[in-house]
Ligand binder design. Structure first.
Ligand code: SF4
Length: 260
């Protein structure tokens, strides 16, 4: 079967934007899942929020919906609750979910809704040209913080681990094969899957070199079902940034409980 996941929409991300790498990784992940018989294309629904990431649904030839700012997660939950047989993937940004949508973020993890949240974390509001978000590093100078941000960033991985997410992972957009691998694992996981995708904004906050020097993958011996180990890993200091699946366990999903 020929699977065409592309649309005729012109890509309007800045040339070289790592959002394109996320798009490629996702198309590859879907292609593999379909080829392996684990997903029917008609059962896939992709949603996005507001921000540069949000254009991704324009470029995917799948069932899709662009939601309001910060409301990707409740929309995903609604779709999944209405038809639990669907595979629901939501793309969002650090501003979209960690600012406007923070309450949905915590409660979806707590409920263990069987949905997949992929966050394009560029550590700024990129579409509006560079204001601070909850993951912006202290000292960042941008449109809303011309003298440098005075706020400490939060750690979304730690929030997810403490909120009950059953799949918590991180990847780097520049590593397309690694991102595809994590997306695949997230989409076959039963329960709330959270994937933080480090996605430098090459126009307003170019962190590509910073992360290229610091990212490393967890090795296979990392205990994925150990919450304490996961928390220690996502809080690890030393200037390095771990990638991989930090935590994965099975629990009843929101939809299973709802339909008991
Ligand atoms: Fe990508 Fe940044 Fe351009 Fe948005 S502003 S398309 S995140 S490079």
């Amino acid at each position: 079967m020929d699977l065409n996941l592309s649309t005729n929409a012109k890509i309007t991300w800045c040339p070289g934007c790592p959002n394109s790498q996320i798009l490629v990784a996702f198309r590859q992940a879907v292609t593999e899942l379909v080829a392996g018989g684990k997903l029917k294309p008609e059962n896939l629904v992709a949603l996005s929020g507001i921000g540069c990431h949000g254009k991704i649904t324009d470029y995917l030839n799948v069932n899709s919906f662009t939601s309001l700012h910060g409301r990707v997660i409740p929309t995903m939950t609604g779709v999944k609750s209405a038809n639990p047989s669907l595979t629901v993937v939501g793309f969002s940004g650090d501003a979209d979910t960690y600012d406007e949508g923070i309450e949905h973020f915590i409660h979806a993890a707590r409920r263990n809704s069987d949905i997949n949240l992929f966050i394009h974390d560029n550590q700024i509001f990129a579409l509006t040209t560079g204001q601070a978000t909850p993951t912006t590093p202290k000292g960042f100078k941008g449109k809303s913080t011309p003298f440098g941000s005075i706020e400490e960033p939060f750690n979304p991985l730690l929030i997810m681990l403490s909120s009950g997410a059953t799949f918590v992972a991180q990847t780097f957009a520049g590593d397309i094969a690694g991102t595809k691998r994590i997306m695949l694992s997230a989409m076959v996981h039963k329960g709330f899957s959270f994937v933080s995708i480090i996605q430098p904004c090459i126009t307003f906050f170019d962190t590509r070199d910073h992360y290229k020097e610091r990212v490393y993958w967890l090795d296979d011996s990392f205990p994925k079902n150990d919450l304490s180990a996961a928390i220690a890993k996502v809080m690890e200091g030393g200037g390095k940034t771990p990638l991989g699946i930090f935590y994965q366990v099975e629990k009843p999903t929101f939809e299973e409980e709802l339909n008991k």
